[in-house]
Design a protein around this ligand. Structure first.
Ligand SMILES: Nc1ncnc2c1ncn2[C@@H]1O[C@H](COP(=O)(O)OP(=O)(O)OP(=O)(O)O)[C@@H](O)[C@H]1O
Length: 233
């Protein structure tokens, strides 16, 4: 299996606040990783370092063989938690915008996804509901044929139907040559689609492994392991 992201002893401090500590992990192609941890555990910080939006304070990281840079950015599709699509655009304008921005954007895939997500191409982004906006954000992100795909809290604030649709879409569209990283604290919702789980607590890896192995070894769901690990967090 090829290693698409290699993190060695990554540390990140914001002033005196430690956000990530001694984070060492290899992310392999063909796998969906869940970064699971309570609020403030460093999930977003890790993703932003991989996406070259933040620099680590110390330690080493390579993304597709190179240090995070302008070059690696073109191989990373990152969906932040914030709304990043201009409200004045129509859905179809946001697709055209992505097409212009990213060479790896797959228009056919995007149009299929808009259909699957039941989004109206002529509707203005500002008039979309929270769930529809979330569907649009994810559709645009995964329409890129990127080697690294990261979705920060993809299920937050969504109704059960939207959650199911998004999970189906993630599984269906996943490319075995890429790696996908999802961050969440909604573990029950997401655990069935994860190959690997990384429990992050106060910036440190508390537990990590194949989801199936952890469930088998401990005779518990990932959700129950999460509750046990973070009982006092
Ligand atoms: N720009 C910043 N300046 C100062 N501190 C920050 C900054 N960004 C994050 N932090 C701190 O770093 C720690 C990790 O934050 P981070 O956003 O990575 O956590 P998270 O696991 O994504 O949290 P959540 O689940 O709430 O989104 C937190 O204590 C947070 O307050």
């Amino acid at each position: 299996m090829s290693i698409l992201i290699n993190c060695i002893n990554l540390n990140k401090k914001y002033m005196s606040k430690v956000a990530l500590e001694e984070f060492t992990l290899k992310f392999e192609a063909g796998k969906i990783y869940g970064i699971l941890g309570p609020n403030g555990s460093g999930k977003t910080t890790l993703m932003k370092i991989i996406a070259d939006l933040h620099k680590q304070s110390s330690g080493e990281i390579t993304v597709c063989g190179n240090k995070p840079s302008h070059e690696t950015r073109s191989k990373v599709a990152y969906m932040p938690t914030e709304n990043f699509i201009y409200g004045w655009m129509k859905v179809k304008d946001s697709i055209a915008f992505y097409k212009d921005m990213y060479a790896d954007f797959d228009m056919e895939k995007a149009l299929d996804l808009m259909n699957f997500m039941e989004l109206d191409l002529n509707q203005k982004v500002s008039s979309l509901s929270t769930g529809q906006r979330a569907r649009l954000k994810i559709s645009l992100t995964i329409s890129r044929r990127a080697e690294v795909v990261m979705l920060d809290e993809p299920l937050n604030g969504l109704d059960p139907i939207s959650r199911t649709k998004i999970k189906e879409c993630i599984i269906e569209q996943f490319d075995e040559n890429s790696v996908m990283i999802l961050s969440t604290h909604l573990v029950t919702e997401i655990e069935q689609i994860l190959d690997e789980v990384v429990f992050l607590g106060k910036g440190r890896i508390v537990l990590q492994g194949r989801a199936e192995d952890l469930r088998f070894e401990r005779g518990k769901s990932v959700e129950d392991i999460y509750r046990e690990v973070f009982a006092h967090a």
